[in-house]
Design a protein around this ligand. Structure first.
Ligand SMILES: Nc1ncnc2c1ncn2[C@@H]1O[C@H](COP(=O)(O)OP(=O)(O)O)[C@@H](O)[C@H]1O
Ligand SMILES: [Mg+2]
Length: 260
């Protein structure tokens, strides 16, 4: 994967934010689904949200008996914990089994690095900056910070930035989500100037996302032409060092008849 933000050294990406409800889970499932379907990357998403995991619910995969502790400690369980979503994504949902004992927040990165068959591993995370959130940050090679363009959310960004610094994990950039293009919103320019981080994507507020969640699908699969889908596809392309090209009918026909 040349030229992209994700490469041989940076393959485990943590999607983080001190705030809940900003779009972490949505971002994980959509970057993942685009990476698999559009760019043919073997992609795993793991819900590192220990107490309130919901990526399984978002993708219609609810049954998961294996706890994160078992995944970290057991030499074999990780691959047998993988669920295959119909869009091609591999998913380890959070367990409904209560975690026993203290979680080894340092063990997960090593474990994930051993999974050589994946090009990209995305971690969904808990909000906040306590142990729950630290698990995903420590397990990641690099982070994407999800924010919505309102002052209370943007004000929490510093907490995540400081924690990432303390744990020596680079933040590749910000994903600004639920953007409505209103004058009162915090702008990309203001954000970049305040935090010195690039805004890698501006995802519009899009009701198709809510509909997709109700159908247990990533929006890039459910409504591939919607404004948010196109933004997520461009973001995935950028991360993977690929070009997102909206296919014309001619290109689709050529592909169909094997004349690429
Ligand atoms: N760009 C968007 N437009 C409209 N609704 C969105 C958008 N992004 C996320 N949502 C909705 O907002 C809610 C919270 O998103 P979620 O990804 O679960 O946030 P988090 O994981 O940060 O708590 C969900 O109901 C989701 O459908
Ligand atoms: Mg979530």
């Amino acid at each position: 994967m040349n030229g992209g933000l994700v490469n041989g050294n940076t393959k485990v990406l943590g999607i983080v934010s001190a705030k809940g409800g900003v779009g972490k889970t949505t971002t994980v499932s959509n970057i993942g689904a685009a990476a698999v379907t559009l760019f043919k990357k073997n992609t795993l998403i793991l819900d590192a949200n220990i107490n309130t995991g919901n990526i399984g619910l978002a993708l219609g995969l609810t049954y998961h008996p294996v706890s994160i502790n078992k995944i970290i400690k057991d030499p074999v369980t990780i691959m047998s914990s993988v669920h295959k979503h119909k869009c091609g994504l591999h998913v380890i949902p959070s367990s409904l089994v209560k975690e026993k004992g203290k979680i080894d927040t340092n063990g997960l990165n090593k474990k994930l690095k051993k999974l050589k068959s994946y090009d990209l591993i995305l971690l969904d995370s808990s909000p906040g900056v306590e142990d729950d959130a630290k698990l995903a940050i420590k397990a990641s090679d690099a982070l994407l910070l999800v924010l919505t363009p309102d002052f209370p959310t943007v004000a929490t960004a510093m907490k995540t930035i400081n924690l990432a610094k303390k744990l020596k994990k680079p933040i590749l950039g910000v994903i600004l989500n639920k953007v409505r293009g209103k004058k009162y919103e915090v702008s990309t320019k203001e954000l970049e100037a305040s935090f010195g981080l690039p805004v890698l994507a501006s995802i519009p507020y899009d009701e198709n996302i809510e509909e997709a969640v109700a159908r247990r699908l990533p929006v890039v699969i459910h409504s591939p032409k919607s404004s948010s889908s196109i933004s997520f596809k461009k973001l995935s392309a950028n991360l993977l060092g690929k070009k997102y090209i909206k296919k014309s009918l001619r290109m689709k026909l050529a592909e169909f008849f094997g004349m690429e």
